[in-house]
Design a protein around this ligand. Structure first.
Ligand code: PEP
Length: 249
């Protein structure tokens, strides 16, 4: 019912050679046709990746976007520009963007709307810090981040969003949420989405992100409300990323 999505966020890593390596490996890999897979390289590699991934099942994604359609925004890129390079998925609200580039809920909403207006799919990242978890505020924090966006979208827009639950304390730390911890938050997000629309809640994809790797992917992906993964570090090694894609049950 929900097509799993495995998305690799390269962050500010990778090279043209890595783009080529992924293109070659995925053109001959044995992969299920019933999952979606995407690589989100740094922006300068989009054109090369569009060509290299042509004969592969890989979708292309981007890690950021500016909410404005065009104008004097030095260094920025618009959703329609991403669309010209065949981008399908765009990250929004990643914890690194929230903390390092001060993107608050309002900025996250504006970007989500720009992505949707361009006909692309936002991957909305939400997650709590370790201090917030220790204070017992995980659910409140995560659901507030979801509602900050979903309250402002209409019913048609909501169904085109993918949500990635990424506990901040698990990103790039090697420390993964247990399958039970991740499932509990995913179930809470899905229940919250049900308050908008039960049908949308049952079809919207919820990804887990935070030190997912080939060793723990199968167990996380087997949870009933985990519909895929957002992978950072492990998406930089083609064999590891392939193994994660192949571990979708
Ligand atoms: C991420 O950047 O979204 C991420 C989950 O990173 P890592 O897999 O390295 O924790």
């Amino acid at each position: 019912m929900r097509v799993p999505l495995i998305a690799g966020n390269w962050k500010m890593n990778g090279s043209l050679a890595l783009v080529e390596q992924f293109g070659q490996a995925f053109s001959k890999a044995n992969l299920s046709s019933s999952i979606d897979m995407a690589i989100l390289p740094p922006l300068p590699y989009l054109a090369a990746a569009q060509t290299a991934f042509e004969e592969t099942p890989l979708w292309l994604g981007a890690q950021t976007v500016n909410p404005e359609p065009s104008g004097a925004y030095t260094g920025e890129v618009s959703a329609s520009m991403l669309s010209e390079f065949g981008v399908r998925y765009v990250l929004v609200g990643h914890s690194e963007r929230r903390s390092l580039y001060y993107e608050d809920d309002q900025a996250v909403l504006a970007r989500t709307q720009a992505i949707l207006n361009a006909g692309l799919t936002p991957i909305l990242c939400v997650g709590e810090t370790l201090a917030e978890r220790d204070e017992g505020r995980t659910e409140a924090i995560v659901l507030n981040q979801v509602k900050a966006v979903f309250d402002a979208l209409d019913a048609r827009e909501r169904q085109h969003v993918v949500i990635a639950y990424e506990p901040v304390w698990a990103i790039g730390t090697g420390r993964t949420a247990t399958p039970e911890q991740a499932q509990a938050v995913h179930a809470a997000i899905r229940a919250c989405l049900g308050d908008y629309d039960e049908q949308m809640a049952s079809t919207l994809r919820l990804l887990y992100g935070g030190s997912m790797k080939r060793e723990n992917a199968a167990e996380l992906l087997a949870q009933p409300d985990i519909d895929g993964g957002l992978i950072g570090g492990a998406s930089l090694k083609v064999d590891d990323f392939l193994a994660i894609c192949q571990s979708v049950g």
